[in-house]
Design a protein around this ligand. Structure first.
Ligand SMILES: *Cc1c(COP(=O)(O)O)cnc(C)c1O
Length: 415
């Protein structure tokens, strides 16, 4: 029997459902128009034409050229291709990379890999709201720096980084020093549905996008790569995607991603306003009805520097995981920066990098709103959340210790 319980989904930064219009344009490419676009017969040429149309459409939104667009197997792969691809191609020029402490693990673990290969990495610290200073980027560049990788918008706390300003600082460095280095990559997975994506205005050389956060399919991504920014591929084979990403193209995925990006960009301004109103209403209610809460990330009110759908806050004296379980029992889906929900032992690296004490990071909740959320959904959450918090606070912290084998928890409670 299918589970008929209504789900209140507030985890759109983790992934979105596929928009029905997107699903519809993908449909013909599973069973009917399935030919390999590299083949030479008419049905293959037709599919190849569809692939080129998708490439042109994505390029247009990015104000780029079609041959700047590399389709990949998702945001993680695009990040890996950008970071490892630039580093390995240009290592004879230098082995220094600049990134931040609040990147997605797709970037952080890629630069960790590069450290094993003999590269040096500078991790820029954000301020308490998650912002990276463009001037500090400039100051961190050395003569052997080949890559700067800074995300466009943070997936946990919604901070929108000043990418265009960072881009200008990097251009300035290159001009003063008469060099083509460093290259500038941004991970725009969280930004794709809500922000301006013109690579001209952002002054980026490489940009990562994916389908799964913008009501498109999972397992498909884009790496924008400026002409002239050479990279070494990660995947070798038949030479697809201009020799930079071999393997038969995921045509349904690519068609779906292109459509999702078109829809997102078409509707973003109206939808952003709606989400800001909802999100601010949500926080007002939380602040009014629950004691000892703290907003994480940029202040609400300056909407251009925080993703419109992101609400991240900490509830003191509470374990995020316990809250999540109680909310789940009511059909509410959200996430936490607490350690024990994930396989990692540390709480959110983003919250810690912003200077949040462990106790706060452990009590953090992230709600990310989406197209289907309404005020009634928020009222539903607020019907239960204050009561759950009250009950959990009545339980002594000793009883809140989970699996004693997870020693981080024991450590934290002992402090
Ligand atoms: C989701 C996400 C990724 C990973 O994308 P996948 O398509 O899941 O591989 C990378 N970076 C950011 C900022 C993300 O939000």
């Amino acid at each position: 029997m299918p589970n008929k319980k209504r789900i209140y989904y507030f985890d759109h930064a983790a992934t979105t459902y596929v928009d029905l219009q997107v699903k519809k344009v993908m449909e013909p490419f599973w069973c009917t128009k399935f030919a390999n676009p590299s083949a030479l017969y008419a049905s293959a040429l037709e599919v190849n034409g569809v692939l080129n149309d998708a490439r042109r459409s994505v390029a247009q939104i990015l104000q780029a050229l079609p041959d700047n667009i590399i389709f990949t197997g998702g945001g993680t792969e695009s990040d890996n291709l950008a970071v490892l691809g630039i580093a390995r191609k240009h290592k004879l020029h230098g082995r220094h990379i600049i990134t931040t402490k609040i990147e997605h693990h797709a970037v952080l673990h890629s630069v960790e890999q590069l450290k094993n290969e003999g590269f040096e990495v500078t991790y820029l610290e954000p301020d308490s709201q998650g912002f990276i200073s463009p001037k500090r980027v400039f100051a961190a560049i050395r003569t052997n720096t080949i890559l700067v990788s800074i995300m466009y918008a943070n997936n946990e706390i919604g901070t929108v980084e000043p990418i265009a300003d960072v881009g200008k600082e990097i251009l300035k460095y290159r001009k003063i020093n008469n060099t083509i280095y460093p290259y500038f990559h941004t991970d725009a997975c969280q930004a794709a549905g809500v922000l301006e994506l013109s690579v001209e205005k952002l002054h980026v050389d490489l940009m990562t996008l994916n389908g799964s956060k913008i009501y498109g399919p999972k397992g498909v991504g884009v790496l924008y790569k400026r002409r002239g920014a050479e990279i070494q591929p990660l995947i070798f084979g038949g030479g697809q995607e201009m020799n930079l990403r071999s393997g038969t193209e995921n045509i349904p995925g690519i068609v779906g991603l292109a459509k999702a990006l078109e829809l997102a960009q078409e509707n973003r301004l109206d939808e952003n306003m709606r989400l800001v109103d909802l999100r601010n209403y949500f926080w007002e209610q939380v602040y009014k009805k629950i004691e000892k809460v703290r907003l994480n990330g940029p202040d609400l009110g300056n909407e251009s520097v925080r993703l419109p759908n992101n609400l991240n806050f900490s509830i003191l004296d509470i374990e995020g995981e316990a809250l999540l379980l109680y909310l789940d029992a009511k059909g509410i889906c959200c996430s936490t920066g607490s350690a024990c929900t994930s396989t990692s032992l540390e709480p959110s690296h983003v919250l810690l990098a912003c200077g949040l004490p462990y106790e706060y990071a452990h009590g953090s909740l992230r709600f990310t709103l989406g197209h289907c959320n309404t005020k009634a959904d928020i009222d539903y959450v607020m019907k239960y959340l204050p009561g759950i918090v009250k009950r959990l606070r009545e339980i002594s912290p000793i009883n809140l210790q989970f699996d004693p084998k997870k020693n981080t928890h024991a450590k934290i409670h002992q402090r």
